[in-house]
Design a binder for this molecule. Structure first.
Ligand code: SF4
Ligand code: SF4
Length: 374
């Protein structure tokens, strides 16, 4: 296993000494039962959803809308999760990431990802984590994808850019035309700090300034700066286009910051957000809301249909959420498959693994790593 100890000492020190905000500590570190994916799935399964549409059975809802067989469309996006290590510990995190998580992708596994990528027609490589920038081979992976002419996305938590080892990163990413997709719950301080920890907002604003200074967020498609927001509470995201205008005006007026687009996501009822739902007494209500807000127009655009998600240890999933729930892809030839023995032809014919958490992607305007889908 390639772990935290494999990080260069300077990076370990930077994480240990960083003043990155911490809203909580990981489920794993607290030895919470919810750290186990099986426990999360059981918790969702145990809810009584008999009074909701189709009793909360996602496969039945799909079948009712003509999707008896739920298979992927053509592969467009390789989403590589290169580790659970993060400088932050946000309350809503679906990865259960944090500074204590030691799992990071090795260079060997990255090379296997690149060999697999070369077998496909995927045009985009979406690099996520944890904080993907903390993986010691992050820049190697980005360089390799850039050399292949891929569109690259870095899912960045913003505060990581303030670590001493990351000062040159905005300009480095800009040179490689990487789209930076930054999580920011709200353009106002209170909501952001509530979800991600005190001090997050201030650090995020400074990071956005650095990205602007590197040419990001000013309408240049080769320096695209996308902000990603998810609700602070137990409600659905909505009004992406309207919110974008409001955010653009707010950030410009108060901080002189510009960005290119805003995407909104629903919170998925898994991991630390599931814990928050349960502790705050919102779990039953939120699941009913997700199920009753099912929008059939979202099905065709679900990200599991055009994305392959790869975990730090090279396992294959339909999406990052299934990855966190350990619901691995089942290739049609029945042979266990990882990125090391990847065969696109077998994988393309699989059935996508679904469960109750999937209602998070089909509720309201729909939700994906690219924002609203309906
Ligand atoms: S939500 Fe993102 S920034 Fe926050 S702990 Fe999880 S991976 Fe890190
Ligand atoms: S969680 Fe969403 S993206 Fe993942 S399999 Fe379910 S519907 Fe598809």
């Amino acid at each position: 296993m390639h772990d935290f100890e494999a990080l260069p000492p300077v990076q370990r020190t930077a994480i240990a000494q960083s003043s990155s905000p911490q809203a909580t500590v990981s489920l794993r570190r607290r030895q919470s039962p919810l750290a186990a994916a099986s426990h999360q799935l059981a918790k969702l399964e145990a809810l009584n959803l008999l009074d909701t549409t189709n009793c909360g059975d996602f496969s039945a809802v799909l079948a009712n809308h003509g999707w008896n067989s739920f298979q992927p469309a053509s592969l467009e996006i390789f989403q590589i999760n290169i580790g659970k290590l993060c400088n932050m510990t946000c309350r809503h995190c679906h990865v259960d990431a944090g500074p204590d998580r030691r799992e990071v992708m090795s260079k060997d596994t990255m090379d296997a990802c690149l060999r697999a990528l070369d077998q496909t027609t995927a045009h985009t490589v979406d690099v996520t984590g944890g904080a993907p920038e903390l993986n010691p081979h992050f820049r190697y992976l980005v360089d390799q994808c850039f050399a292949r002419g891929k569109h690259i996305i870095d899912r960045c938590n913003l505060t990581v850019l303030l670590l001493p080892t990351m000062e040159d990163l905005p300009a480095w990413l800009a040179e490689r035309r990487v789209e930076v997709v930054c999580s920011l719950p709200h353009y106002r301080q209170r909501n952001t700090d509530a979800q991600r920890g005190d001090g997050t907002y201030e650090q995020s604003v400074e990071a956005l300034r650095r990205l602007n200074a590197a040419g990001y967020g000013q309408g240049n498609p080769q320096r695209r700066l996308t902000l990603m927001s998810n609700p602070v509470g137990a409600f659905l995201s909505s009004g992406q286009a309207t919110l974008e205008q409001e955010w653009k005006a707010g950030l410009l007026k108060h901080h002189g910051i510009t960005f290119d687009r805003l995407i909104t996501l629903n919170n998925m009822p898994i991991s630390r957000y599931l814990e928050w739902l349960e502790e705050s007494g919102n779990l039953q209500h939120y699941m009913e809301l997700l199920v009753n807000s099912f929008n059939p127009a979202a099905i065709a655009g679900l990200m599991c249909r055009n994305t392959l998600s790869i975990s730090w240890d090279g396992r294959l999933f339909d999406c990052d959420f299934n990855q966190m729930l350990e619901l691995e892809c089942q290739p049609t030839n029945g042979k266990p498959m990882t990125i090391h023995n990847f065969e696109m032809a077998w994988l393309a014919q699989r059935q996508i693994a679904t469960n109750r958490h999937c209602f998070g992607c089909t509720a309201g305007s729909g939700s994906s790593c690219g924002g609203a889908i309906a």
